[in-house]
Each structure stands twice: as structure tokens, then as C-alpha cells.
Design a protein around this ligand. Structure first.
Ligand SMILES: NC(=O)c1ccc[n+]([C@@H]2O[C@H](COP(=O)([O-])OP(=O)(O)OC[C@H]3O[C@@H](n4cnc5c(N)ncnc54)[C@H](O)[C@@H]3O)[C@@H](O)[C@H]2O)c1
Length: 255
């Protein structure tokens, strides 16, 4: 028995061309999942298969998840590539504009929500009927520990992640009876293009110091630190886990 086996499973990973999504796509692929990476990067169709070395095919679809038509078209293409089956949806794509209240326009606020919160909602809505027909599905959303803490000078990001957390819990309530688990991951501070000590240093040396001092594990996360959690949430090992949020933060949140 291998509770973590993903052989014959088919999945979509959004924002899988780099950072956390890339590392999680590599893990799902290594455990046997056939994947489509949906990303705004125009090289996605060409490059996706080079990212993962797993036994099942890996495809790529370029689309802009902030645009509903592009998202829907991208999802249709992805579903065709997967032969109409979908077991795993990893809503990972996200942005962080990092603006204080007085600098954050409505355009900024709406853009943050469209990618971080509305896209997971729309993709969940598209995936649910397919997963319901199979009586099996795993939807995994990327929240953040800022969903619990609030942010400093970055309220739109925290607001989108609070929304991700609450849509996870609410969709779980609606979909659990159909065999669909909806869970979230709340990463702490991870080295990626979106976040890094160098970026925090631009905000201030004291700010970076206060972050580093609060991480009980004594280091920032690396994208590979999320691989075990995503395989757990995507696999039969977590079939009775739904509506949950797993913090992967080196202990930051409870310090
Ligand atoms: N890095 C961290 O410390 C951290 C902490 C908590 C949560 N997160 C969350 O994890 C997720 C991944 O973050 P990351 O650090 O890997 O970021 P990243 O910037 O390295 O990667 C984001 C990916 O999303 C894609 N993307 C961006 N806009 C898109 C759009 N409109 N349509 C389609 N694809 C788009 C990018 O091309 C990229 O491949 C995000 O949801 C982020 O909020 C990150």
C-alpha cells in the first residue's frame, strides 16, 4: 500500500513555472501524477515538460488568470490535454504588489484579488463538476500566514489570502459530500522571486531582522520544503482531511 501514490491521477498546477509552484509540480510529477502547468509565462507550453522528470506526461498552457476568458480557455485546453479527467487542482499562482494603503489604487487592489482569490474561485467552480462526477477530487489553495496575521503596509495581499482561507473552508463545506477535499497551505517566508530577504531588506533592516528572529526553525523556507505537504494533500493519505490549512512556516505563526 502506498498512500502517497499519484499514479493515474491527473492534475493542474497554476503558476508552476517557477518558485513554490514549480517545486510542488515536481513533487506531484515524481509521485506519478500527469500534470498541466497553467502559467502566464509564454514559454509554458514549450518548457513545462522540462520542469518535471516524473513518469507521467507534463503539459503546459499559457494563460492569464487575471482575465476570466483567458482562464476559461486555459482550463478547457488543460482538460483536453488530460483527456477530460481532473483529480488534483493546485491553485498556486499569486502576486504581491506590496503597497501601503495610500499608494494602493483600486486597480492594484482588483488585480491582487483577480489573481490571488478570484482565479482560485473560478477554477474551483470549473473543476468541481468534473471531480463530482468522479466522486473524487483534491483542491489545494495557497494561502499565507498573513491570512492569520494581517500584514504591515501590504493589506491587499493579506486580504486576498484571508479570502483564500475562507473560500477553502466554505467550498470544503459544500464539496466534501461529493468526495472532494478542499484544503489550503499557509507558507511562511520562502525564498522565491516573489519573496526574499533581499526584498525585505528594501523595506528595512529592522524589518528583516524581526522576521529572521521570529522563525523558530532559524531559516527561511526553500520551495522544496512544501513538497511533502502538497503530496500529502493531493494523495489518498489525506482523504478525510478537508477544510484544513497546513502552516509550513518553520514555526513562525505560533511564536
Ligand atoms: N514566497 C513566499 O514567501 C510565499 C509565502 C506565502 C504564500 N506564497 C504564495 O505562494 C504562491 C506562489 O508564490 P511564489 O513565491 O512561488 O511566487 P513566484 O512569483 O515565484 O511565482 C508565481 C507564479 O505565478 C505565475 N503567475 C503570476 N501571475 C499570473 C497570472 N496572471 N496568470 C497565470 N500565472 C501567473 C508566475 O508566472 C509564476 O510562475 C503565491 O500564491 C504566493 O502568494 C508565497
Amino acid at each position: 500500500m502506498n498512500l502517497f501514490d499519484l499514479t493515474n491521477k491527473k492534475g493542474i498546477v497554476t503558476g508552476g513555472m517557477q518558485g513554490l509552484g514549480r517545486a510542488m509540480a515536481q513533487a506531484l510529477s515524481a509521485y506519478g501524477c500527469e500534470l498541466v502547468i497553467m502559467d502566464i509565462n509564454p514559454d509554458t507550453p514549450k518548457m513545462a515538460k522540462e520542469i518535471c522528470a516524473g513518469p507521467a506526461p507534463v503539459h503546459g498552457v499559457a494563460c492569464d488568470l487575471s482575465d476570466e476568458n483567458s482562464l476559461k480557455e486555459g482550463f478547457e485546453k488543460a482538460l483536453n490535454l488530460l483527456g477530460g479527467e481532473l483529480h488534483i487542482l493546485l491553485n498556486n499562482a499569486g502576486i504581491n504588489l506590496r503597497k501601503k494603503l495610500e499608494d494602493c489604487s483600486k486597480v492594484d487592489w482588483d488585480r491582487m484579488f483577480s489573481i490571488n482569490s478570484t482565479a482560485p474561485f473560478l477554477l474551483t467552480k470549473l473543476a468541481a463538476p468534473i471531480m463530482r462526477a468522479q466522486h473524487y477530487g483534491k483542491i489545494i489553495n495557497m494561502a499565507s500566514m498573513l491570512a492569520f496575521l494581517g500584514a504591515v503596509n501590504n493589506s491587499s495581499y493579506a486580504a486576498t489570502k484571508g479570502s483564500v482561507l475562507l473560500q477553502t473552508r466554505s467550498f470544503s463545506n459544500e464539496l466534501a459530500k461529493d468526495g472532494i477535499c478542499v484544503n489550503a497551505i499557509a507558507p511562511g517566508y520562502f525564498h522565491t522571486e516573489l519573496n526574499s530577504p533581499e526584498k525585505m531588506l528594501l523595506i528595512g533592516e529592522d524589518f528583516l531582522k524581526s522576521i529572521n528572529m521570529r522563525i523558530p526553525a532559524g531559516r527561511w523556507g526553500e520551495p522544496e520544503d512544501l513538497q511533502g505537504t502538497v503530496v500529502f494533500l493531493a494523495s489518498p493519505a489525506s482523504d478525510y482531511v478537508t477544510g484544513a490549512c497546513i502552516n509550513v512556516d518553520g514555526g513562525y505563526l505560533h511564536r
